[in-house]
Write a protein that binds this ligand. Structure first.
Ligand code: ARG
Length: 681
């Protein structure tokens, strides 16, 4: 089963579980005497849905079990996880759900020592406090496994057996069996308080993971061509992925795999020689490289003589003749400068390492592949199949009939360089979904050639196309492709309009206003992109992304400034706030405080999920969830009490500290999404 199939199966299971839980919840309400459902025509439907879902759930869980038993066949036996026994020993960021998994895997294996690698599934319990904070849903799949061994039992019995073996842990206040065999887990509030106090003392820290070297290949526009909205998506998504990985302390190589090599350089160089004959001494003032490209293309298409010269320029460039290399460099530099303007505005760090970097390495790859007999002749070309026996799909073209190399050759040399020279552990490519097949072939052929071994693989982070509000390909009104710098300028203009509309230009200093304008416009563009599942196409709409209600960067940035202003309103200075934070003792007594605390506690879990599946919308959803739960808390719990004339009568310092912890987690999320925050807007 492939990773995507796995992911899908897992997603379906989680969905089915959620639906089943919802129905359990409705049924539970009825059982506890809440009869508002009776007589409701929905009830019958729900009951039969419930049966169907349970059935589906069992099938899915079995499939998962079957697949994981296959992939585990070669793995060594699992060690018993080491549990945390003392709250005070926690001084790092901690992933609650992982600890719960450890606790319950111990319980499950001591209740059922004969089962090989039984599934331990821990999920969040959803909104009803009656179902605890987390749930362990292992009883049903285990029951099925037992039935398959002819052992008669039922999920409730299994759940009770697991319950009896749950080891004591400072994380768990209590566990209960509910419904058809769910194990409801109630977290210990002290753990949450301790972890939040740690955040106040030493900031939002990453969960500890084994450090890896990771290549993130992103942005990658092509020289002399326009950087388009597809590259913008790659830039935004790639940067955020790199930020999350860097936060976890990985050694990240941010690589801009520029399209800077290929036959188009022949005509560009030939045209440069004609237009700026003294280019070797005076830097040519090419203002508009696109226009320059168009001119040379026109000559190339119409003038046979020029075409011949262009071809000979390519040969000279590829053989490394200095004048030609110089001309090529000059052209590349014009493009670099243009691209850099965009990176600077969006605060993106990236290393330029284009296809040209691999020229010599491509020779090596071709030689090596020939020697190993991996290449096959096909009408003058040299091709490579992932599987030469089945010849399924399409092959890579490694050498063209004229002896030249292709995009395929360059990506083969690239993966080899990343494995052998960079000695990287992960290879991430953020490229539009249209190229997914190319990367499947690169992975397959690199594996066949012995470059990729074991669990090293091409991790393709694909994304859909950008659409205009008319749901058609994103174009200007006149039908031209959108220039990125113009797009960013429009964002700036619109966000300023928005701020003025709200009269913010009257309250903020001009410097504050500028900061807010930039944070909003670039933040909105990034957030709109990152908050959607990247696989889908996405509709670019300034109106939607600049809306101050709903899941947008504006809304979230406002929410953060509001939280930040609470302490200011209590006339607590920044330094006082920091010294409170050092000796803070957050208490999560009120239900709304507890709910907020639990959400903040999930930060490591969310981050670990992102580095695993490389989907950033879950981080956005989390940020949005923090704001909604915070609002609920702020509605219900006083942080400052004032009398009728507005004088402060009481300050709840512990709650202010909870606000502070919330703000810090939110700020970290914004940072990881590449969005700048402001203290006023
Ligand atoms: N330059 C390519 C394009 O514009 C993207 C390159 C992606 N990276 C890679 N290693 N192929 O489509």
């Amino acid at each position: 089963m492939s990773d995507t199939e796995w992911l899908k199966l897992e997603e379906r299971t989680i969905k089915a579980e959620k639906e089943a839980q919802q129905i359990e919840y409705e049924l539970d309400r009825i059982a506890t005497g809440d009869l508002s459902f009776v007589g409701n025509p929905e009830l019958d439907k729900l009951l039969s849905e419930n049966e169907k879902l349970k059935h589906r759930l069992a099938i899915l869980e079995n499939a998962i079990k079957f697949e994981s038993s296959k992939s585990n066949a070669t793995k060594k036996p699992k060690e018993t996880p080491k549990l945390i026994t003392d709250i005070k020993s926690i001084n790092d960021s901690i992933c609650i759900v992982d600890e719960l998994k450890n606790i319950f895997s111990i319980a499950v294996s001591s209740a059922y020592p004969d089962l090989e690698d039984p599934p331990v599934v821990i999920t969040l319990s959803g909104n009803n406090p009656k179902f605890g904070d987390y749930q362990c849903n292992s009883a049903m799949p285990i029951c099925n496994l037992l039935k398959a061994k002819n052992i008669k039992t039922n999920p409730r019995e299994v759940a009770n057996n697991i319950l009896n073996k749950v080891p004591s842990s400072p994380f768990v206040a209590k566990v209960e069996v509910a419904g058809a065999g769910f194990l409801n887990i109630y977290l210990n509030r002290e753990i949450a308080e301790h972890v939040l106090n740690l955040i106040l003392k030493s900031g939002v820290k990453p969960p500890p993971v084994k450090r890896q070297r990771i290549v993130v290949d992103f942005s990658a526009p092509n020289i002399a061509k326009e950087m388009h909205v597809g590259h913008l998506r790659s830039t935004i998504i790639g940067d955020s992925i790199a930020r999350v990985l860097e936060f976890l302390n990985h050694d990240v190589l941010r690589i801009n795999h520029l399209g800077d090599w290929g036959t188009q350089f022949g005509m560009l160089i030939a045209h440069l020689q004609d237009k700026f004959p003294n280019y070797k001494t005076v830097s040519p003032p090419i203002a508009d490289l696109q226009a320059f490209y168009k001119e040379s293309k026109k000559r190339f298409d119409e003038d046979e003589q020029f075409k011949k010269r262009a071809y000979s320029c390519v040969v000279k460039l590829q053989s490394g003749e200095p004048d030609y290399t110089k001309a090529w460099n000059l052209i590349c530099e014009v493009s670099y400068r243009e691209f850099q303007k965009i990176y600077d505005r969006l605060d993106i760090k990236i290393i330029n390492r284009g296809e040209s970097f691999y020229q010599e390495r491509m020779n090596v790859v071709v030689k090596e592949f020939k020697e190993k007999g991996l290449l096959e002749e096909d009408e003058g070309r040299l091709i490579m199949w992932v599987n030469p026996e089945t010849r399924e799909g399409i092959p890579l073209t490694v050498v063209k009939s004229d002896g030249g190399y292709t995009y395929d050759t360059s990506d083969l040399a690239t993966i080899k360089q990343r494995v052998e020279e960079e000695k990287a552990d992960r290879f991430i490519y953020v490229v539009d979904s249209g190229q997914s097949n190319h990367f499947v072939l690169i992975d397959g052929c690199a594996r066949r050639a012995g470059i990729l071994t074991g669990d090293k693989k091409v991790e393709f982070v694909g994304f859909g196309v950008v659409l205009g509000e008319d749901k058609k390909k994103f174009k200007t009104r006149s039908g031209d492709t959108i220039k990125l710098l113009e797009l960013l300028d429009e964002g700036l203009k619109r966000s300023l309009d928005k701020l003025k509309e709200k009269g913010r230009d009257q309250v903020l200093t001009s410097e504050e206003l500028k900061k807010a304008q930039e944070a909003i416009s670039y933040g909105c563009i990034k957030y709109a992109d990152l908050s959607h599942n990247r696989i889908n196409d996405y509709v670019f709409s300034f109106d939607k992304m600049l809306d101050d209600k709903g899941n947008t960067a504006v809304y979230l940035l406002y929410a953060l400034t509001r939280i930040r202003s609470i302490a200011r309103n209590a006339q607590i200075s920044e330094s006082e706030l920091q010294s409170y934070a050092q000796k803070s003792s957050i208490k999560l007594e009120h239900d709304a405080e507890w709910k907020l605390g639990k959400v903040l506690l999930r930060f490591p879990e969310v981050i670990l999920k992102v580095v695993n599946d490389l989907f950033l919308h879950s981080l956005c959803e989390y940020l949005y969830e923090i704001t909604t739960v915070f609002t609920e808390f702020y509605d219900k719990c006083y942080c400052i009490e004032k009398d009728k004339s507005g004088n402060i009568v009481k300050i709840y310092h512990e709650r202010l500290m909870l606000c502070e912890a919330t703000a810090r987690v939110m700020e970290k999320c914004f940072y990881l999404l590449g969005i700048k925050t402001v203290s006023k807007m």
